[in-house]
Design a protein around this ligand. Sequence first.
Ligand SMILES: *Cc1c(COP(=O)(O)O)cnc(C)c1O
Length: 373
Amino acid sequence: MNRTEFIPMVDLQKEIDLLKAPLLKEMKSVLKSGEYVLGKKGEELENQIAEYTGTAYAIGVANGTDALYLSLKALNIGPGDEVITTPFTFFATAEAIAQTGAVPVFADIKEQTYTIDPEKIKETMTPKTKAVIVVHLFGKAADMEDIMSLAEKYNIKVIEDACQAMGTEIEGRKAGGIADIGCFSFFPSKNLGAFGDGGMIVTNDHTLYDKVRELRNHGSQRKYHHSSIGINSRLDELQAAVLLVKLKYLDLFLHKRKEIAKRYTEQLNRYVKTPAPGEKEGRTYHQYCIESGRRDELASYLKKSGIASAVYYPVPLHLQQAFDYLGYQKGSFPVSERIADRILALPIFPELSIEKQNNIISSVIHFFEHGAD
Ligand SMILES: *Cc1c(COP(=O)(O)O)cnc(C)c1O
């Protein structure tokens, strides 16, 4: 194997090469401005993300985890409250709930989409349930219509963890912009990624907007006047400048992800379970995941063939040591556990060449037709 030919899960360098001139120009203008935190670039990005997601307000924060935490705090969630979410997500989703002092309560996912099952949410609700965090996992929209009507009926709030779903369309609307409040991450590998950490909260509710703006800046709206206990979670100007450049290309990049996904599905669905097609909700393929009972064997074969793959996520959150105190056991969420044993993400990023896509496709097919030799 030629080491230089190794195909990684994501290659950010290609995008940087492509956008180098405008990126450097924008970054230089920040250096000259003397404004590094909470300045004009950040405000401009907030305006553009609000417009992009079709929401009234957007607030830049330090990362996606803080976006979730600040959203919960703005909704007055804390000790004594329960917040329902999926056990099949990145740790931060439930971690943010625990950080507020509330109890994360898990509800299992749907086999086809890996997103939280509205029926299971209903079964899990108690009088203490204050909110649900839905996760648009891998860029696939959760069942927002069912979840929003459930929430309305039982008077609970809904937070969208859209950290993996910037740009995902849900019946003509954008992920993050549908529920009470939506959270994004600009971690470098996300659909829209910075050169460091960053995050954004979107909402149509002016009270929540006001509260989040206060909480992200030490509980202060006016310098040295603090009306609540907040945190320091601000988006810096350099990251905002980078994101303003990349946002212009987001839809193009998402389109490329979809094209790659379409090719993978067409070629591979005879061999493995591929993402379910033909649904009205959008997908942006933050990750492209297949399922196989021979997952680990396939992953090591791909590695030998010079192709990266990754397991998101090998351990569902109810089985994480940090959540032992919640008292769940193996078997508590059979769908999540089964998927965790079978799922495998293949490389997908906008600049992945057709040649490399073909290489990946033929390696997977070779494995199933001829075995690992
Ligand atoms: C990335 C991610 C987060 C956390 O975002 P950070 O910016 O890394 O803090 C939260 N939830 C999901 C589903 C994510 O993928």
